[in-house]
Design a protein around this ligand. Sequence first.
Ligand code: SF4
Length: 318
Amino acid sequence: MKPSIFASKCLGFDTCRYNGVTIYDDFIEKLKPHVDYITACPEMEIGLGVPREPVRIVLVKGVRRLKQPATRKDITDLMLERGKAILDNLPEVEGFILKSRSPSCGIKDTKYFPKIEKSAALGRGAGFFGAAVLERFSKHPIEDEGRIKNYRIREHFLTRVFTLARFRGLNPTMSALVRFHTDHKLLLMAYSQKYLKILGSIVANHDKLRLEEVCTRYYEHLLDAMLRPPRYTATINVLMHQYGYFRRLLTPREKKYFFDTLERYRREKVPLSAVLMLINAWIVRYEEEYLARQRFFQPYPEALVEITDSGKGRSSAR
Ligand code: SF4
């Protein structure tokens, strides 16, 4: 099943920005064949036309308000109502890609100002619609088109939305759930040993709960398990675990090459995919079926694996 992703409409879907343009984004385009997009423009939906005078967030007696300086209109309540209605009417979604820096759609870098007149920004935070999304979908993948240019952030986002979509696409049977859990074991091990255990015990269903209840509990804990990107030390542990499957079959030179590559991954000189390609070659050669099924090796479609990066490194993914 394809993930459903909500995206800000101006990210290449409509010419709905205040100045009548759209923003072409490579990643959004590349994702199109692999996901179902749902889009909306909250500013259009509250009746601001195109082109329109820009809006900004202003602090009024310490409270954030959404204002249109040219008309001096306060559109806070309209935006809050419409934002709620958009979210109330969403079908099930796996994630969000919103427009950065927007007073409506921004999720963390929108400027807010001390007064409606021209002034220096006081700080940055979420826009009004972005804040509503963050509050209602606090455990879902939510990014903006700027942050997602970072390789690690993008990898984490894609891994989560495709894993959630696979879960949504499951036949609701106990054996399908067990299969899902088995195929995601190494991925979950990298994300969180603690949640791997919790999810394992939910699947074991010692309390003999109804299937529907088991699936709901599993889904909720799956969201928790993948909230933060895996630490690279945890990923290295999983890679070492896989190496253990082949240790006795490899030549000394193969072993040395593996450890050199692992060290280069640890020092951020090569992406995870470089180590995975090595292990994948062993999986094929030695027909290791359990590992072959593991989603750790391909958490999202291969066509989306791309190592270009905004250059902000590992730490910016947290
Ligand atoms: S950022 Fe949001 S509100 Fe602004 S034009 Fe884009 S979709 Fe519309």
